[in-house]
Design a protein around this ligand. Structure first.
Ligand SMILES: Nc1ncnc2c1ncn2[C@@H]1O[C@H](COP(=O)(O)OP(=O)(O)O)[C@@H](O)[C@H]1O
Ligand SMILES: [Mg+2]
Length: 266
């Protein structure tokens, strides 16, 4: 298989950040939205590309699930949510959000390519790409053609000991994407009745970031508000969660500042 990166550039999109993990259900999409919101709250122009073609969850999380995307001059026009964040997802093209996408790998990969090349993203400071789990065709295409500045890895404490998250990290590195750091999710929980933070794992003193040999960007607690919310609204999030998201956004900004913009890199 041809593993040579063939990056496709879009000079109007300054920074591309991927949010990836080994497994599904660890909080990638939640973290992708939090990152987009925190960067937008800091004044950046932000877009989100839902690369999880068979399991898209950004339209709901961003409050756009009842809208449909249009096209102009042969290009898809992303929708913008009330927080000013642009979004493109397969679910904004499907007639009904619960219609399954029954395509084989190459077609899924083609859809992702179109979300990047045949879409009018306008001028963006950051495009956040929410990955599907694993190391499938779509993931491979994403790493091959999208000129990422860096990747944020999301994992739950169960994943640190498994090899699955390391597979994703190795794949990213083989296709010359740099890892910014780890967001660990659901290592603790906030008790819904008393509000106390309860540890859920005994990690024996060594953190996931050490085990995966990457910087720890933030540790997000399991929060009842996230489970209850149909969509995540920045202004309604608990203060501590916004602070964590801001810490991740700051790490991304610092990481990006040290690198030339996408168009100049490849
Ligand atoms: N910190 C958290 N607190 C509570 N629920 C969470 C948290 N992070 C994720 N979840 C929930 O876990 C489920 C999976 O999260 P999601 O972001 O869709 O993961 P992924 O994109 O990795 O599949 C969702 O129902 C989400 O609401
Ligand atoms: Mg997801």
């Amino acid at each position: 298989m041809d593993l040579v990166p063939q990056k496709i550039l879009n000079p109007r999109v300054k920074r591309l950040i991927g949010v990836a993990s080994g497994k599904g259900g660890v909080g990638k999409s939640t973290v992708a939205v939090l990152i987009a919101q925190a960067l937008a709250a800091r004044g950046a122009k932000v877009g989100a590309l839902d690369a999880d073609i068979t399991g898209p969850s950004l339209p709901r999380l961003m409050g756009l699930d009842s809208f449909r995307v249009g096209a102009e001059n042969g290009k898809l026009i992303p929708l913008e949510n009330e927080e000013g964040i642009k979004l493109l997802s397969i679910n904004l093209l499907n007639e009904k959000e619960d219609d399954p996408v029954i395509w084989r790998g190459p077609l899924l990969a083609k859809a992702l390519e179109q979300f990047w090349t045949d879409t009018d993203w306008g001028d963006l400071d950051y495009l956040i790409v929410d990955f599907p789990p694993g190391t499938s065709d779509v993931v491979l295409t994403a790493f091959q053609i999208l000129p990422f500045d860096g990747i944020v890895v999301v994992a739950t404490p169960q994943d640190y000991v498994s090899m699955i998250v390391r597979k994703s990290v190795k794949m990213a590195e083989m296709l010359s994407a740099k890892v910014i750091g780890l967001v660990e999710n659901m290592k603790t929980m906030i008790c819904p009745s008393c509000g106390k933070e309860i540890p859920l794992f005994d990690d024996g003193g060594s953190s996931g970031a050490d085990r995966l040999d990457m910087p720890l960007l933030a540790s997000l607690a399991w929060r009842p508000e996230v489970v209850r919310a149909r969509s995540l609204r920045w202004k309604d999030l608990p203060e501590a969660m916004r602070a964590d998201a801001e810490r991740i956004a700051l790490a991304i900004e610092t990481f990006a500042k040290r690198r030339p913009e996408v168009a100049a890199q490849h």
